[in-house]
Ligand binder design. Structure first.
Ligand SMILES: C[S@@+](CC[C@H](N)C(=O)[O-])C[C@H]1O[C@@H](n2cnc3c(N)ncnc32)[C@H](O)[C@@H]1O
Length: 301
């Protein structure tokens, strides 16, 4: 599974490409930039200054999302209980060998990552961190249901390449552990993922792009179980879905990925969805794309 190729992204930070999944771990514009703008800035971490929080990082990979989180929480003296899920130890091994990655963060991040690599665990006065190695669909079951996460980062490969981490069944399991005011954050703006999260009873928001055009209309999705829309502030990194994004959910692209027993193969999940799409009376996504003058490239579905 883990033939990995080093990638230098445009902001000078390193990432990897998976030969197995045929996909990069990060946007070529910048691995660090992506983590900061999509995950860290969206988390509104100042809410937890001097307080404690629970975080679940699904698809830890090289650890950018956790490292950036830890780096911020060190500065503001928060107390963190972190769980990370990841199937492959190689990306963390790579991070620990890459000085330019390690230099991005406070030295304590290296200590934590070394401990996660050797013992799957780290604990001190401020932070308690565990990594559960294996298929996230299995390992999620080990996390006690009493733990409610204030933040869940969902950073799997895209739904087309790794559908098993975007199904109704997996997202339902994941969101059972989401605190009522907690944020589930993902870079994905796929209609299937958004529709699934909404059908699970969550309020969904779009992560504002740094600049908007027909290709970059969103940086991802935030899902929150109880959120008063009046609480949305202009300095937040996320906002209500635009009409264009709302209409996207009612096209065939909004048909969900399914994995009834949380053990289907990628091919079976894709095949079942294609079948459901072919039988559906929903509007073809092509029509929606034409209406809003988009190119296929601009839609992750
Ligand atoms: C897009 S990368 C994650 C990027 C990561 N957040 C980072 O900062 O580097 C996707 C990750 O998902 C992992 N993965 C793929 N399938 C998985 C599964 N079923 N369970 C857990 N992890 C999985 C891959 O090994 C890879 O590290």
């Amino acid at each position: 599974m883990s033939q990995l190729i080093e990638v230098l992204t445009k902001d000078g930070s390193y990432s990897l490409r998976s030969a197995f999944f045929q996909e990069n771990f990060h946007s070529l514009f910048g691995a660090l930039e992506e983590t900061k703008s999509k995950f860290t800035a969206t988390s509104n971490l100042q809410r937890f200054k001097g307080k404690s929080l629970n975080v679940l990082d699904i698809c830890f990979g090289l650890g950018y999302n956790s490292a950036s989180l830890l780096d911020e929480l060190i500065k503001q003296k928060s107390y963190l209980n972190l769980y990370a899920l990841e199937i492959d130890k190689k990306p963390l091994e790579y991070s620990l060998r890459n000085e330019s990655f390690l230099k991005l963060w406070a030295p304590k991040v290296r200590t934590i990552f070394e401990s996660l690599y050797r013992k799957d665990y780290f604990e001190d006065q401020f932070f308690k961190c565990s990594v559960l190695w294996g298929d996230a669909r299995e390992k999620i079951k080990i996390i006690p249901s009493s733990i409610k996460f204030d933040l869940i980062y969902l950073d799997g490969f895209s739904p087309q390449k790794c559908p098993e981490l975007w199904t109704i069944e997996f997202l339902s399991k994941v969101t059972e552990n989401l605190n009522s005011q907690g944020y589930l954050i993902t870079y994905s703006s796929s209609a299937a993922v958004r529709k699934t999260l909404r059908n699970l009873g969550l309020e969904i928001f779009t992560i504002k792009p740094s600049f908007k055009n027909r290709t970059f209309w969103s940086q991802g999705t935030v899902a929150i179980s109880k959120f008063d829309k009046n609480e949305l502030k202009s300095n937040f990194n996320f906002e209500k879905l635009s009409l264009m994004e709302e209409e996207h959910l009612f096209t065939k692209a909004g048909i969900p990925y399914r994995d009834q027993n949380l053990n289907s193969s990628k091919d079976d999940i894709i095949k079942q969805r294609l079948k459901e799409q072919s039988l559906s009376n929903l509007e073809p996504t092509k029509k929606w794309r034409e209406k809003w003058k988009m190119t296929k490239l601009s839609v992750k579905s």
